[in-house]
Design a protein around this ligand. Sequence first.
Ligand code: CTP
Length: 404
Amino acid sequence: MTDLAGKHIVLGLSGGIACYKAAELCRAMVKAGATVQVAMTEAAEHFITPVTLQALSNRPVYGSQWDPREPNNMPHINLSREADAILVAPCSADFMAKLLHGRADDLLSLMCLARPMDRVPLLLAPAMNREMWAHPATQRNVVQLRADGATVLGVGRGDQACGETGDGRMLEADELLEDLVAFFQPKRLAGRRVLVTAGPTYEAIDPVRGITNRSSGKMGFAIARAAREAGAEVTLVAGPVHLPTPRGVVRVDVASAADMLQAVLAEAERADVLVATAAVADWRPASAAEHKIKKDGSGVPPAIEFAETTDILATVAASARAAAGRLFCVGFAAESQDLVHNAQVKRQRKGVPLLVGNIGPATFGRDDNALLLVDAHGTRELPTADKLTLARLLIAEIAQRTRA
Ligand code: CTP
């Protein structure tokens, strides 16, 4: 992954047990292509040594504003000027209070205060005991820090090092990385609501058997993530898949095509964009048996009668909201041959302005894909890339086509 290629991040550590996670975060950022300059407060050095972070970042760690390694003896100016962002993780309650008052009695707080605000954003990953997090003073500080231009990331919930359970632990390294990567993406869909369907559906034959397909859901999940990165409010209606929910995305799990239809209709009322990537079953057993179907010894397989499912995409595309131009519908087509022709025919049949074609069997479960954009004017190919890269390109395309 090279999501942070070319980015230079100052990773600041203030004092807290979550410092151990900062080591993992540092490594993850470097792996994602960033160069990382670590700065630690004296309190942070009680929890983890600079040696660990120097080894992981491959750069000397800074701790003091009096560091003589800088020719002009101004590390707070030099280090903050070259950064694309300063991320303080962990950011303790005390450090938040300090930033709030513009105090600058150590290198990290000095650097945060001295940074050029218009081009060096400040991100804070709070980490503290649940009572400290819930305290009105801390919550007041969060509000004020945001008003002062900082991006205060969320906190995790669960067991805390102190033995208590609740809100306040620092997000995990992979979550912070996802938030940081998202931060740098252009906010093309800010304020918009995007609805995505993903994965297969499961149509029950009896209580233990059913019909499904090989869709992994990866493309739809990547689109949900890309839409969220672009600033949209995203709801992801997912069939049965084992994928983690992208950060900040509301997920509604469903099983059958009928469940998916219901969930989508409820959300489509307020959505601005629908991207239907789900591989919805076209047919379902007309009625699911109440009990497990048993072999009767005759050797004759049971006859299963099928009924057609409702076409979710076509239904939504025919709604008044879509007809009025308030809901932009994007379909997907998984074909096994003659992609261009089939996709063009399908776009018209579904009644959508944009249809994205791909060769199904070649893409199921894979991390990369190639897409064909089909609209009323013709086709355009998005050549093979990983699914997140393609998802971002598609989101940029949708943003451009729906620009008010
Ligand atoms: N789709 C849907 N509801 C269905 C079937 C399909 O919303 N019951 C959507 C899919 O999410 C996708 C698009 O329609 O965006 C095309 O799906 P696909 O399975 O390729 O098309 P079908 O209509 O099933 O056409 P065919 O089986 O003839 O290829």
